[in-house]
Design a protein around this ligand. Structure first.
Ligand code: FUL
Length: 582
């Protein structure tokens, strides 16, 4: 193992070129050697907007709209606007709840894929103006703005490019004009917007044509109207981490050759490099060999506090244990957490979610407020603890204004006069939290065993973190019963006896296409079937293939349950379990 003294020799110190930085994008000349490419990547740095955004650490999503009232995840655009009626809507309750929990920015789904606009847009009647809420005179975006101003919260907007309501969708020029008009309204009339979220989903229009988005135009509108905002997901300021489960990579580079989808050549280019947004590795040095540029494109981990993005009565917030895990694997892995807390039909964040957020904040405060390091020495990257201090977490951080550089490190603890390795890792970036087994130590030190350039690492911090018990994912309301078999388009569950069947859990199989559209049927004899859910759809299952929990409007007595795929290529795979009334 390498000691601290050897760090200087390991670090390829390039003090001359170290002064020169590339903001956001750095070209990699075709004739550059791999070492030169790595050097350029090490000097690629964030823009001021990106830096300010990375500093936020905790940001929140509010998925709210017609889906809240139809109990769906993806609306089809045919919803009657009259159903939107959140009689008790209180944007201050949202913002206060989030602020108390430590969130610094909140992003509202101003328009989701169903096309329903939460502000009275002039571009379509499919908006709050046609709803019953406040007799059509309400404006959710405005109410959020006012609450954010009052409580000192930054604001962002989600404007879905995919629009299942607009008759113009699929007629590229006409729809792009409409989209730009919507974006312009949102970025002009609602004060300072700090993040604009363009989702990547792009389905067919009613005319069967696929929409070609004019990304460069959208980006220009944003730059002109909100020059300090970051553009997320399809945009080139903030990168989707690649899953919706709350997990950043252990090796999470903010500098990557991956090209954002607002650039028309991105698909072909990323394919040529053999990478995509979900790839396990998006930044290792080997990947730089064939790239023509690298960019600072830091990761955002978007995940919902509940199984769905929209509020459903049948769902519950994640356990505190799960939330703590998410914190460690997002903020603790060089990412900004974007946690979704969906308001309910009243227009309020549900009590259970408010309570969970309070616990979440308390867990962070209890565990990460008191740094156990009594004095740190940045030159030797060592940290003195009070004698015999028990620690199980170290927090590391690079000064990313000078790039992200560290590729590999170990952490050692001085115990009974001897140094021993207690943790190891790859990237650090803006923040890295490393959990390890309890160790009783007098000092800690960091050994950087591989770096792209002179590292700029802040003093180590150390903590003793107590993970909450996982009372978790257990089903409390219903018993999970039955044995599942797949045949053709149907996935059948035999509960073994007659039960009061309240619903089911469908768990998609790893590596196989999930069921998307389905009907659910029950049977007393396994031969005659009765439909209980006629038009089911596991909205968003492709992006987020987690177990899908569906509760029927009322329980029905049966022994067998099946879901029959109504997809174009109907093949059922995965597992089906019945939820029985206890
Ligand atoms: C996805 C969407 O399809 C989901 O409905 C949700 O909005 C999520 C944040 O992004 O791609």
């Amino acid at each position: 193992m390498l000691g601290v003294a050897s760090v200087a020799t390991l670090v390829q110190c390039k003090s001359a070129s170290d002064e020169k930085y590339f903001e956001k994008v750095a070209p990699l000349p075709a004739d550059a050697t791999l070492d030169e490419r790595v050097d350029i990547a090490s000097r690629t740095v964030p823009t001021a907007n990106q830096l300010a955004w990375q500093d936020l650490e905790l940001t929140a999503f509010l998925h709210f709209g017609v889906n809240t009232f139809t109990d769906r995840e993806w609306g089809d655009g045919k919803e009657d606007p009259a159903i939107f009626n959140p009689a008790e809507l209180d944007a201050e309750q949202w913002v206060k709840t989030l602020k108390d929990a430590g969130f610094k920015l909140v992003i509202l789904t101003a328009k989701h894929h169903d096309g329903f606009c939460l502000w009275p847009t002039l571009t379509t009647d499919h908006s709050v103006a046609s709803s019953k809420w406040k007799d059509g005179k309400g404006d959710v975006v405005k109410e959020l703005r006012e609450a954010c101003d009052k409580h000192g919260m930054k604001m962002g907007i989600y404007l879905s490019p995919w629009d299942r309501n607009s008759p113009k969708y699929g007629d590229s020029q006409a729809y792009n004009d409409q989209f730009v008009a919507q974006l312009t309204e949102l970025l002009t009339n609602y004060g300072k917007i700090d993040e604009v979220w363009f989702d990547g989903a792009c389905g067919e229009g009613p005319n069967g044509k696929t929409q070609e988005y004019d990304w460069p135009r959208f980006r220009k509108v944003m730059e002109q109207l909100q020059p300090e905002a970051v553009l997320a997901i399809t945009g080139d300021d903030v990168r989707w981490v690649g899953n919706e489960g709350g997990v950043g990579r252990e090796t999470e580079w903010s500098v990557t050759p991956l090209m954002p989808s607002i650039f028309p050549e991105s698909n072909a280019y990323n394919d040529s490099l053999g990478i995509n947004a979900m790839a396990k590795n998006i930044g290792d040095r080997e990947m730089l060999a064939n790239a023509k540029e690298v960019r600072w494109w830091p990761s955002e981990v978007d995940v919902s506090i509940r199984p769905g993005w929209f509020y459903h009565d049948s769902e519950q917030p994640k356990s505190l244990a799960r939330m703590a895990d998410i914190y460690l694997t997002s903020v603790g892995r060089n990412s900004v957490l974007l946690l979704n807390i969906p308001p309910d039909r009243r227009g309020l964040i549900a009590d259970a979610d408010v309570a969970r957020l309070k616990e979440f904040r308390k867990w962070i405060d209890d565990n990460f407020t008191v740094n156990l390091v009594s004095s740190a020495d940045s030159a030797s990257m060592s940290a003195a603890l009070r004698p015999q201090t028990k620690v199980n977490a170290v927090v590391l951080s690079e000064d990313i204004r000078k790039g992200q550089r560290v590729e590999k490190f170990t952490v050692e603890a001085l115990t009974d006069g001897a140094w021993k390795q207690v943790a190891e890792g790859t990237t650090i970036g803006n923040k890295r939290i490393l959990m390890m087994d309890d160790v009783v130590a007098d000092s800690l030190r960091l050994n950087i065993t591989s770096t792209r350039n002179t590292p700029h690492v802040r003093p180590i911090k150390a903590y003793r973190v107590i993970m909450p018990d996982d009372l978790a994912a257990q089903e409390t309301e219903f018993a999970v019963v039955g044995k599942s078999t797949a045949e053709g388009a149907a996935l059948t569950c035999d509960a073994g006896r007659d039960v009061e069947m309240a619903g089911f859990i469908y768990s998609p199989a790893k590596g196989a296409a999930p069921v998307f559209k389905y009907v659910a049927e029950v049977s007393a004899d396994g031969k005659n079937w009765q439909q209980v859910k006629t038009t089911g759809e596991f909205g968003n299952i492709f992006n987020n293939p987690i177990p899908q929990r569906v509760v029927f409007s009322q329980p029905v007595k049966a022994r067998w349950l099946r879901i029959v795929s109504k997809d174009d290529d109907p093949k059922a795979s995965g597992k089906l379990e019945a939820l029985a009334v206890k």
